[in-house]
Design a protein around this ligand. Structure first.
Ligand SMILES: [Zn+2]
Length: 79
């Protein structure tokens, strides 16, 4: 792998990111997870901003684990 290969890969990665502007990062996810958990159990369809929360845990194992912990804590509180 040459330097120019690395540059091409970096540019490609940037372009790929740019084509997915609706993806949120972990910080943004954390800011929305409370609303997402509140929405659980509701019959309403997920609003787009909460759909992004669901999408993020599909691609981010760390946040997936965090969500499990938070959901379990909430469920323990409710029962
Ligand atoms: Zn994450």
């Amino acid at each position: 792998v040459t330097d120019s290969d690395l540059e091409r890969i970096a540019a490609l990665a940037k372009a790929t990111l740019a084509t997915r502007p609706d993806e949120i990062d972990c910080e943004e996810w954390l800011a929305r997870v409370a609303a997402y958990l509140e929405h659980r159990g509701s019959a309403d369809p997920l609003p787009p901003e909460l759909q992004l929360v669901a999408n993020h845990v599909e691609i981010c194992p760390a946040c997936r684990a965090e969500l499990d912990v938070l959901a379990a804590a909430l469920d323990a509180e409710r029962t």
